[in-house]
Each structure stands twice: as C-alpha cells, then as structure tokens.
Design a protein around this ligand. Structure first.
Ligand SMILES: [Zn+2]
Length: 1087
C-alpha cells in the first residue's frame, strides 16, 4: 500500500488496508471471517479517530481502491455491511471531494450492482438496503451520470419496489426517497418511474401539516416536482391538483413561524409543473387555484423571506390566467391607405385578402399545449438578447463581395443630375456681393387649405373634416385655443393672419408683443346658442368642426347641449387670460405660427385637423440631466397581482370604453369621472382606451397603417384628470419581449399647464414602470404564425399636478414631419454668404408629402477656376434619417447635425469647405405623419427595401438609392454614407458598419477560401467618434454583415454603391451607461 509523505507508514489503519489488499489478491480462497474482522477493525478506527478518515482519503492514498475492490470481491454480507458503514462514515464529511474520488474510481457502478444482487434475496435484508441507499443518496447528487447508470443497471425498480413495500418504515423510506429524487431528475427515468406508479406513490407520502417527518415530506415533494416535469406524469397528477392546493393552504395556515418554507415551495413547485399542461391549468382554475394562491400570496407579502413563495405563486397564476381577447374586432390598423399598386403576395395583399369572417385577434382554437417557458426573474430576456444574432451572420461569401452588375443604364439615372447642381455649377451668374440671390430653395407649394385647430379632447372633430369646410376670410385660421381649462382662456394672437413674416421680424419686440390675447370662448355653429356670445372675436371665426367635437364630448352625435351646459361653458370662458410663452423666442428653430402654416401642407391618411400642443408650442430642453428611474422592489409583482385581481374581484372592474378610434366619434362616454383621450393629430398613436378601475386605464395602440402589428410608438393626449390621484396606465398590446422600460426608462409627458407657466417641455415621468408578458393572447396571424403567444404590458403610474390640465404622453420626444418642415425653413436664417444651402424635393411620398433633400457646403471663394474646381470636387458625405417613424431621436440627432453644419463654428466652416453634404432628413414622412412605428404606407419596413425598391411603393428609398447610383455612375460615390436610427434596447450611441473580414471571422468560412484584402478605413469614423463624442461607444459597434440586414441601407450602399464607410448610426432611446453622460446607476432588485 502506497502512502503519501507525512502519513506514517506504521499507521494502524494503513496496516489493516495492507492486509485487505493482500486478501483481495488471494480472492475467494480465504476464510471470509478474516475480511470481516479487518473491516470491523477499520470501521471501529474510523468511528473513533478522525485522523483515520483523513489517512484513508488523503491524496495519493489507495484506500478507496482497496475498499471498492473488497466490496466487489466479497460475498460475505457482514463484510459488505462493514464496508457500507465505512463508506457512510467516510462520505458524510469532506464535502464533494471524497465523493468525487469515490465516483471516479467506479464506486457508483459497484453499489448499483449490489442493489441488484440484494434485490434477488427474498426478502432483501433491510439493514443492507438501508445502508446501501444511504451511500447512494450521498453519491447520487454528485455523480452526473447517476440516473443513467441506475437505469442501465436496472436499479430503478428495485428502489421503487422497496419503497412500495416499506411505506410505513420511515427509517428506510428516507434514503430510498433521496435516491429516487436523484433518479427522477433524469427525464427518461422520470417517464419510466411514472409508468411504475411513482407519481401515485408520492401522493401517498405527502400530506397536510404535521411536525413529524418533515424531511421525508420535503424529499417526496422535490421528487414529485422532478417527475412532473414530464408531460405524461403531469397528466397523471392533474386529478391531484385540488389535493395539492389543499395541502398548500394547510401548511400556509399552520406554518406560522415559517419554519418550513421549503416544503411550501415544494408544493408550489409541483403545481408549477402540472400547470405547464393545458389540463393542469384547467384543473387549477376549476379548483379555485387563482383565488387560493392570490389570497395566500397576499398574506405572505409582509414577510420578505416568503418572497420565493409569492414569486412562484405569481408565476403559476400568470400561466393559468385565462387568455383574454384584446378589446378589438380586428388588429388591422384603423386606417387603410389605398395603394395604387398592391403586389400580390406582399404584406398588404395578404392583409386585405384574408377571407371575411376570419378573426385575426385571437386564434379560433386555443389549442396550444405547453405554456411558454418562463423564468421567475424580472429580466427574463436579457440573456437571450445578449446572445441573439450569432446565427444571423452572412456566410455566403458572394453576398459579401461588391455587386458588380449595375443594372440601371446611365440614361435612366441622368435625370438625377438636377439634384447635383453643385457638381456642375460655375457661378458665372452668381452675385458674390449679394449671395442670397444666387441659390434658391425650391418652394413647396401648400397643398390644401384644411381647417387647423389646436386640439383638445374636448373638441374632437368628426372623422372626415372635409365635410366641414372652413369658413371665414382668414386664409389660414390661427390655432383656436379650444383648450378648455375652465378658469383659463389661452388664446393666440391673430395679427399674423395672412402674413407670417412680419411678426418675427423684430425678435426684441416679441417680448412686449402680446402673443396671447383675449379671445373668448369659441362660438359653436348650429349646435347651441349662436356665435357672438362671450365676446367672440369676429376675426377668428370658428370652424364649424368644433360643434361636432363638443357634441361628441357630451355623449353622442346629435345630442344637443342643454341650457345648463351652456351656462357652464360660458362661465368657464370668463376666467383669467394666460399668456403662452413665446417659444419662437426661446427656440431658434421653432415658431408656432410657422408650424401652423406648415401643417396645412402635411397630408395624413386620417386627415388630421388638429395640432398637438407640444408640437405647436415646441420643446425647450431642460437644463438638468435626464435620470434613470430607480426601480422599486417588487413593482412588477404588484402590477401583476393587480391584474390578477381582475379575475378575483370581477365586480370591481368597470370595463368602460372611453376612447375608440374604431367608432365614428372616438369619445364614447361623457365626463363621468373618466379621463378623456385623444390621438388624432400628427404622429399620434392610441387606438383605444378602456377604463378598468376608477384610476386605471388599459390602452391599445394602433397598428402601422396597412399592417396588423408593430405596436410600440405612442403619442396621445389626456385631459379631465383629478389632481393628486395616482392613475395607472397600461399599454396592453406591446410586442417586444423586453423593453428599456424595465431598465429605468420613463415615459415622456408634456403638460400644457406647465407650458403656459413658462416651461414648455417634455419631461421624463411616471413611476412604477415595468414591462411584462400579459394575459392578452396574440393570434398566430399577429405573431408571424406562432401560436400561444401573448402580448406585453407596459405600465406606468402618474399623479397629475394641475387641475384642468391637458397632458400628452409619448414613447419618445415627438418630432413630426411638420416640425421638420418648420426647422428646414428656419434653417435658412442661419445661412451666411459663405454657406451653400439648397433644398430640393426629392420626390412625393405615397401619402402626398414631399421628401426634402438638402445640399450643404461652402460657397467657393471666387469664380476662379481653381476655386470652382475645388468646390465641385469636394468629396460627398451622404446622410439620411428617420426611416423608422418610431425612432424620433434619429430626427433630433439630424436636427442637431443640420444646425451644426449650418452653424458658424470654425469646425462647421472647415467641414463645409471640405465636403458636400447631401442629406435626406426624413426617409419616411408618411410613417411619421400617421403615427406609425416602423413602416411606410405600403405596410413595409422601408429599411428592408434597399435591394429592390419600387418607385411606386417605396419612392423615397427608390429615389435616394438612385441618387447614390447616379453618383456611383459618375464616379462620385460618397466618402461616407450614414443612416440615423434609434435603438430601443441598447444604451449609448454606436454604429453598425460593414466589413468583409470581420464578417468572415464570425463564421466558419475558412479564411483561406477567400482573399481578405480590406481597407480598414471603415473603422476610422467610429474610432474618431468614440474619442470625441462622450455618448459614443466603440464597444457597441459592430461591422458584421447579417443576413437579416442584407436589404438595409447600410449593407446595400456598401455592396452595391461601393461605399466602404457605410453606416447605420444608432442612438439610444433611453440613455448612456458610460462616459460623460452616464446616468446614475439604479439598483435593480428582483421582485
Ligand atoms: Zn431603425
């Protein structure tokens, strides 16, 4: 026997082992009595001397081999028993290392063989089985292959039979159950054990509260829980759901000092697994499980240590919560835009070719069997997000190489020459003394004169405003302050009528000039007392449109206002006159008058006739830094419990529809203590509002036009609030599996009262914000063919500070198409004689809006040949933005870019002198106007159309690509192409670029199979940005070409136009977690 250094070779136990080793070699020839005596002596030593155990198990000792060899060789029951005692002593302490040694020497197999051997004796020796299972119970959890080994050795049924025959023998029961628990963790074993009646067996052992045999109960529950992961076993256990619920309640009631949380959790674990199957969920509901778990959980709430019970209960209740139908008749967008050409097989054809009567809100048969796997953490998707996308890398090397074929003849592209005047301009007729005459902007003719009013929920127009033609001598009525703030009249100065240029010509005078004058309560045409009462300004004839709106507010079409109503209205019109801050003075590029002027040519599918106050008044950025909301412990759980209460206390639920775009008048109820909603203005998105409880509303977002999903962007107006009451808002048809709303992002709110008080701005607000999977089912039509999917709820709470306020909520800082037009107009004022700025209309959109194209560079210093030559040969930088309407931050970044490029800084000067900037600031005006999140009017994501854009369906993409194709054809492809986006899940600002090498490295393509010569220039710009821009994160950049992105601007411009520096620039919708703009860390606690 070998010994390690430090162990005395004259040790008594080692001498005994030496003798044993000798016996093993001589095998059967020896009297079993000798081995019996030696093992008994070893046992005695082990039981009395700790050092003996250490000697046997010390490193380098062959003690374990000797023990196992003896165990294999001997037939003598007493010797085997002695060894089992020895093993039980040895393996009880020493942590996993000793067991590891045992397993590595093949101990498990030898023990399992003994199990089989012992089972052949009838009846098997109880003491033998007890000791054997005790050792197995110790070894099993540490041997990964234990379950498989046991099955292959045929040991499973031996243990099961032993259990069946010894149900009253608690001493034997415990080690057998412990072994069974390990067997059950193997899925194949679980099925086999289930067939042998083990599920039923466990139900014989578990029972109501008792202080006896708690460890037995705990092990049985854990074993049962493991077995129930198998669907067939879960089916066997469905009948026992009421029993489990009963037992759970019993323990809940009696375990008042919470000594047996693990048993209670074990019972819930069984319920959790049974309810993974449909029958289990049904049995749970039938047995009143929702109420039972809801009540017990509520009683557990005050005790923090019981959180695991509440969390598991919550998980079970969410799973079993009967699926609800979204309160809609169809998920198709409320608005439909008739396309001139509808490609068969395209999304629009699919959408509208659905046979009549097909319910697209829920699937006809709710037959899905398995509940989706769910974690009980609040951040279930984080890991998934992090690892997603690796299988999306482009592996087709041909798709990573430049596309050689230029499919379009130059003749066809030649028409785009007119957008590149600067490349041929000779400035011969240009007057350098009066440069502004030289370059002119293309005027955009106003399209229509539709009535425009500044909105309020109190004044909803009828659906088709063209039915209510504008009257009056003023060609563009100033916004009517229909905002009914009871004691306040907000009014707008009327003198800009007909001429908007003069009112801002003396900015200093604007302060004295009363922007707001006393315009009394608006008169209504035909629906009540005649106009003229209350001192109506004749100048400002009210469009009759408002009559319908008020009628709607009062509870229905055609319902006339009573005299009392009128008296009230009149009274409310006599309050103080408040002054709206002159945002034109506060914001260099903003002008409310100009906004209203501009909005007239904005074409929307719903034909909006209102302007939202925030867009009208503008947003003055706060000086303080935006912070990330610290998440309060257990918010999500509380919200989910409130949702479950809907089922527990159905009588408390109002279920009152208060706003519905699907019906003509939109507002469905009169005041009655309900909030009023409105979303009928540019970029607005809210389809329906249902009052659930007194201060709680379910909100449904509208699908993108000509589509049936993409719900994320929201922008709506709320009024009629009570001060000081916490309102809860739930957007119930969100689609993404996770959101920055789970990581500290807040919603944006704009208060008109705040604006009037001199703070016209969007602020991050809302408390108790979280985002979670809800109980509204999502049809397979809406979920891309997948069944059994749910929607997600984004919930936030809000306590309003002002009485009679009108507030707006938005997903992100809104930036309308009209805002862009206004900004572009105001941008002209920044032009100096040295600036070259040209505005062209690239094309018309499907909705009839113009897509602007800007050219910014520096004027040549003179008409000398050299100067003209330098001017024409400046490299081009091509920028675009806002292809995705919901990514409003892309527009704000673009606004900053334009202001900077037009600015007077030395850097801007040198940039203009060095480059020609070609800018398409809004690639998807229609989507922006109509409150879409992702698509254009063709119901498609325009950033997936770059490979083959259709001039009929995707005009802005078709013509932008044509510009680039033209440039490539004349050998003037831009140096840089960058498309601005917003990112909803990541923080910071970063870029996606294209690199052949970096893509190949991500794949298994052998690097030698293609020659990898690549200019590293694509990394320069992001590198510079990461050094200069504090919000920029190089670590988040990626230069891999993904298959799913092959039709995006970035990849097509890189591959087809040959622009090496082709980027998507993503800006976070939430904030930064690095650099100068890093927001304070918040503590995220599960709950
Ligand atoms: Zn985007």
């Amino acid at each position: 026997m070998t010994t390690e250094k430090g162990i005395p070779s004259n040790s008594r136990v080692l001498m005994l082992f030496g003798q044993l080793e000798k016996l093993n070699r001589e095998s059967m020839l020896v009297d079993p009595e000798i081995a019996r005596q030696i093992t008994a002596k070893v046992l005695h030593l082990i039981q009395t001397q700790e050092k003996t155990r250490k000697e046997i198990m010390s490193k380098g000792s062959s003690g374990m081999e000797v023990i196992l060899a003896t165990l294999e060789n001997t037939q003598d029951l007493q010797t085997i028993l002695n060894i089992l005692y020895i093993l039980n002593e040895l393996l009880t302490v020493g942590g996993g290392r000793r067991i590891g040694v045992f397993v590595s020497k093949g101990g498990t197999g030898i023990l399992l063989q003994l199990v089989i051997r012992a089972s052949k004796e009838s009846p098997p020796s109880e003491e033998f089985m007890l000791q054997l299972h005790s050792v197995l119970a110790k070894v099993g959890p540490k041997d990964r292959k234990f379950g498989v080994k046991a099955r292959l050795n045929g040991a499973l049924n031996v243990t099961v039979n032993l259990l069946k025959q010894n149900l009253q023998n608690h001493k034997l029961l415990l080690p057998c159950l412990l072994v069974l628990q390990v067997y059950s963790s193997n899925t194949v074993n679980a099925v086999s054990l289930g067939k042998n009646g083990v599920v039923e067996l466990m139900f014989k052992i578990i029972g109501p509260y008792s202080k006896k045999n708690t460890s037995l109960l705990k092990v049985s529950l854990d074993t049962l829980g493991a077995l129930l992961k198998s669907k067939t076993n879960a089916q066997r256990a469905v009948v026992h759901v009421p029993v489990l619920l009963y037992i759970y309640q019993d323990w809940h009631r009696n375990d008042t000092r919470h000594r047996h949380i693990l048993i209670r959790k074990g019972i819930l674990g069984c319920l959790k697994n049974i309810t993974n199957i449909k029958l289990g969920r049904k049995a749970f509901i039938d047995a009143d499980g929702m109420r039972i778990l809801y009540n017990t959980s509520n009683e557990c709430l005050p005790v923090r240590t019981l959180d695991p019970l509440i969390n598991t209960s919550s998980l079970i209740m969410r799973k079993c919560f009967p699926k609800n139908r979204l309160p809609l008749s169809t998920i198709k967008s409320v608005f439909h835009h008739q396309l001139l050409c509808v490609p068969a097989g395209g999304p629009v054809a699919q959408l509208y070719n659905q046979p009549l009567g097909v319910d697209d809100v829920v699937d006809e048969s709710d037959n899905y069997e398995d509940a989706e796997a769910e974690n009980d953490t609040e951040n279930e998707m984080e890991e998934k997000d992090r690892h997603a996308g690796n299988d999306d890398v482009e592996t087709d090397i041909n798709k990573l190489r430049p596309k050689e074929t230029h499919s379009r003849p130059f003749e066809e592209l030649k028409i785009y020459e007119r957008f590149f005047m600067e490349l041929s301009e000779d400035f011969q007729v240009f007057n350098f003394d009066n440069p502004k005459r030289g370059v002119t902007a293309t005027p955009a003719a106003p399209k229509s004169h539709r009535p425009i009013i500044v909105p309020t929920t109190q004044a909803l127009p009828p659906k088709n405003p063209t039915a209510a033609p504008l009257q009056g001598e003023c060609p563009h009525p100033a916004p009517v302050p229909a905002l009914d703030l009871d004691t306040i009249n907000i009014t707008k100065d009327q003198d800009g009528c007909g001429d908007h240029t003069h009112s801002r010509s003396h900015p200093g005078a604007g302060l004295e000039q009363e922007l707001v004058q006393g315009l009394e309560r608006v008169a209504l045409d035909g629906a009540g007392p005649q106009a003229g009462g209350g001192g109506v300004n004749k100048h400002n004839r009210q469009p009759p449109i408002l009559a319908g709106g008020v009628a709607a507010r009062l509870g229905g079409e055609g319902e006339e206002m009573s005299a009392e109503d009128w008296a009230e209205e009149e009274e409310s019109g006599e309050g103080a006159v408040l002054h709206v801050p002159d945002t034109a003075l506060l914001l260099p590029l903003h002008d409310p008058d100009l906004y209203v002027e501009m909005v007239k040519s904005t074409r929307s599918v719903p034909q909006f006739s209102e302007v939202a106050y925030p867009d009208y008044l503008g947003h003055v950025a706060p000086t303080s830094r935006e912070h990330i909301l610290e998440r309060v412990y257990g918010v999500q759980r509380t919200k989910i419990f409130q949702d479950i209460e809907r089922l527990i206390h159905p009588n408390d639920i109002l279920d009152k529809v208060v706003y519905d775009l699907d019906i003509q008048s939109c507002t469905v109820v009169d005041g009655g203590g309900s909030l009023k909603f409105n979303s009928q203005f540019e970029s607005g998105n809210l389809r329906k509002a249902v009052q659930v409880r007194k201060f709680e509303y379910d909100l449904v977002l509208n699908s993108d036009i000509n589509s049936n999903h993409y719900h994320q962007w929201f922008y709506f107006e709320v009024s009629g609030m009570r001060v000081g009451s916490p309102y809860r808002f739930n957007i119930i048809n969100c689609e993404k599996s996770n959101s920055q709303f789970n990581y500290g992002m807040q919603v944006l709110m704009y208060s008109v009262q705040e604006a009037i008080s001199g703070r016209p701005r969007w602020v991050r607000t809302g408390t108790d914000i979280c985002y979670y999977k809800n109980h509204f089912s999502r049809s397979s039509i809406a979920a891309g063919g997948q069944k059994g999917k749910s929607y997600y709820t984004m919930t936030f709470s809000m306590t309003f500070n002002h009485k009679d306020d009108v507030c707006y909520f938005a997903y992100h800082y809104p930036y309308t198409y009209t805002t862009l037009k206004m900004h572009l107009q105001k941008l002209e004022a920044l032009r100096t004689p040295q600036t070259y700025l040209r505005k062209d209309v690239l094309c018309e959109t499907l909705g009839g809006n113009s897509c602007p194209l800007l050219t910014i560079t520096a004027m040549p210093e003179s008409t000398s040949n050299d100067q003209i030559c330098q001017f024409r040969n400046r490299p081009l930088v091509f920028l675009s933005s806002r292809v995705h309407p919901g990514e409003t931050n892309a527009s704000w970044v673009m606004k900053g870019t334009l202001e900077f490029l037009m600015g007077s800084s030395p850097l801007a000067h040198s940039l203009r002198e060095a480059y020609i900037f070609k800018i398409v600031p809004m690639l998807n005006p229609d989507g922006v106007v109509n409150g879409n999140h992702r698509c254009s009017l063709s119901g498609e994501d325009l950033n997936r159309q770059w490979q083959n854009p259709s001039p009929e369906l995707h005009p802005t993409i078709y013509h932008t690509k044509s510009l680039l194709q033209y440039l490539a054809a004349i050998q003037r492809a831009p140096l840089v192409f960058c498309d601005y986006h917003g990112h909803s899940r990541k923080k910071n600002v970063f870029m996606y670029g294209c690199s052949l090498k970096e893509t190949v490295w991500e794949t298994n393509i052998s690097a030698t199979s293609c020659e990898l010569h690549e200019d590293l220039g694509y990394r320069t710009l992001p590198k510079i940005l990461s050094q200069m821009a504090p919000a920029f994160s190089m670590a988040s950049c990626s230069f891999v070409v993904e298959r799913s992105k092959e039709a995006t601007a970035r990849v097509v411009v890189w591959r087809e136009i040959g622009v090496k520096r082709s980027y998507t620039m993503e800006s976070t919708l939430c904030g930064c977690d690095q650099g100068k703009y890093k927001q304070p860390e918040y503590v995220l606690v599960g709950g």
